[in-house]
Design a protein around this ligand. Sequence first.
Ligand SMILES: *Cc1c(COP(=O)(O)O)cnc(C)c1O
Length: 222
Amino acid sequence: MNTIAENIHRLKNQLGAKTRLIAVSKTKPKEDILEAYQAGQRAFGENYVQELTEKFELLPQDIEWHFIGHLQSNKVKYIAPFVSWIHAVESEKLLLEINKQAAKQQRSINCLLQVHIATEESKFGFDLDEIMAFCDAFQFDTLPNVRICGIMGMASFSDDEKLVRSEFKKLKTIFDTLKEKKFSDKEHFRELSMGMSSDWKWAIEEGSTMVRVGSAIFGSRK
Ligand SMILES: *Cc1c(COP(=O)(O)O)cnc(C)c1O
C-alpha cells in the first residue's frame, strides 16, 4: 500500500497545473489529513457539517475547506465562518442562506451550482432546464457575499467509460453555455468540479478544473 503522502504526490503530478486536487477526507481521522497536509496538500473536502466543524477546530488554520456534500440551509451558519468553497448548491433557498450567513461573517464564499446529469435517480442538483431557467431569472449581483464560480456534478457510478465521459461532456457543455450566456463578465466563473477516485482521469480529459478525490488518497471508507 502507498502512503497518503505518496498518493498526493503521484496525483498532483498526474493532474498537471490546470486541475486542482481537493482531497476528500470525510470519515478519515485528523492524523490522515495532517499527513496529506505535510505532503503539501491544502484543499480538503468534507461532506458532513459536524465532522467538518470539529476538524476545522483541530487542524491548521491555513487549510482551505471545501464543503462538497448535501447542505441543509439550517446548517450553513456552522460552516459560514470559515468554509472557502461550497460545491453543491442546488436551490435558491440555500444560496440566499449562504449569502446571509457569509454577510454576518463579513466574508465571501465561493459557490458552485450542482448540476444533475447521471442516469441514476438522485434528489440533488439542478437538471439542465432548471439551471438555465435559474440563471436566467436570478440576479446574482444581489448577493454580494457569494461568488458563483462555476458548476459541480457527479457521473454515474459506473465503469462504462463511454457513459461516464458522455456525462462529463454534458457538464462541460453546460458550463461553457453558462459562461458564455450568463457569466461572460464574471472572471471568477471558471471552475468545473467533476471527477472522483474512479473517474478523475476521464474528467480531466473532459475539462475538469477541480477533482474531488477521497479513497484513492486515503484508502477505502467503511
Ligand atoms: C465522497 C465524495 C467524493 C470522493 O469520493 P471517492 O470515490 O472516495 O474519491 C467526491 N465527491 C463527492 C460529492 C463525495 O461525496
